[in-house]
Design a protein around this ligand. Structure first.
Ligand code: AMP
Length: 114
């Protein structure tokens, strides 16, 4: 199941700067970082968008957030603070249709976002 670039990263078919992985999740650095720390956390399972997550994905979604917190701790941004973002579909700017959490930190982040 490697129909998107993230599916190919999860399958090991193209390289990425992986910071965490287990049997269900892969986390890697964004190619175009928007903050000093910008890591993407994805399920190996190819869910297109948050809209496509099903009730049986509930445990996996929880694990994605726990992995995001683990990444933040490992990156040393947990105490200062960080942001976890999921862009869903065009109006939010989603460009890769494989569900992913953006973990952003290492600088002050504006709220509300643009
Ligand atoms: P989104 O707009 O939420 O779909 O975010 C997609 C993100 O994937 C963007 O921040 C891109 O910079 C990032 N991206 C695209 N291709 C790659 C890649 N091969 N490796 C790492 N990050 C990527």
């Amino acid at each position: 199941m490697s129909e998107t670039i993230f599916g190919k990263i999860a399958a090991g078919e193209i390289p990425a700067d992986i910071v965490y992985q287990d049997d269900e999740i892969v986390a890697f650095r964004d190619l175009s970082p928007q903050a000093p720390t910008h890591v993407l956390v994805i399920p190996r399972k190819p869910i297109r968008t948050l809209n496509d997550a099903a009730p049986e994905d509930a445990e996996l979604l929880g694990k994605l957030f726990l992995a995001a917190a683990k990444v933040a701790a490992h990156e040393g941004i947990a105490e200062a603070g960080y942001r976890v973002v999921v862009n869903c579909n065009a109006a939010a700017g989603q460009t890769v249709f494989h569900l992913h959490l953006h973990v952003l930190g290492g600088r002050p982040l504006q709220w509300p976002p643009g």
